[in-house]
Design a protein around this ligand. Sequence first.
Ligand SMILES: [Zn+2]
Length: 300
Amino acid sequence: MATRAFPALLLLAALVGCGSARSETSVVPASETPAGVTKPAFPDRPAPGFTRLEGERTQGGWLRGIAPAGTVELRFDGRKLPLAPDGTFFAAFDRDATGPGVLVAQLADGRSVTESLSVSPREWRIEHVNVARRPGGATEAFMERRRPELARINAARSIDHDVAGWRQQFIWPLKGRISGRFGSQRIYKGEPASYHSGIDIATGTSGTPFVAPADGVVTLAAQTPFSLEGHLLIIDHGNGLNSAFLHCSKLAVREGDVVRQGQYIGNIGATGRTTGPHLHWGLKWRDARLDPLLFTGPMN
Ligand SMILES: [Zn+2]
């Protein structure tokens, strides 16, 4: 292998953020300069790094930051991440993510900058129940109703509008008692049920209004209640991030509506499969299920 004029591997180890969240940046010359990419004019100059990295680097958490100057392509765990014109990007960590999350910025000069982010594990509320799980197996009649609902949910979640709710500090859709936490799970005689995919907020009554936690576009507004979710509302916050609100008694917006943070969008209720009135708020980024509490902070 021909030796290049590049300096020996330049490693920059940096601690970014606080607490136990660790990250490590390494800058390496591209082993092979891709065609059409100019070689660095000043190869011994340190490449720019990621800046303004913020978020919650834990399971169900998120990350926002600015890619190094000159980034032409950014990848997170191998998948391309969109870059806003100012270089800002967003990524998130699934409930079961083990990490590290790896950001790789390909620079115009052929070098790449890699940032490895540890993802701290969480202790989920696990409840062992000493009864067998109810015999499952959906009936064909149920599935006939369910299939088109799932198709609408999947279609809504694949829409990506050019909105910037993902840049905002999220607010609570309403204040109330947190009656169900994200990630909690029941295990029936050793058989785990699926974990709770959102946060439940109850006010003790049906009809309490709730607002949009961030800017977005309504991608699904189920005027006819879905079998499980009831009156379901899905809002796209842009960049692959979306909110789902379940069991509503009333929806105040329609598909295609642009909503602003804090805008009234519906009323909580008990439609669909639920034991009482509450708002189930689920957040997803691509395929990752996220904890809304890590976007809003405590309710106060
Ligand atoms: Zn729930």
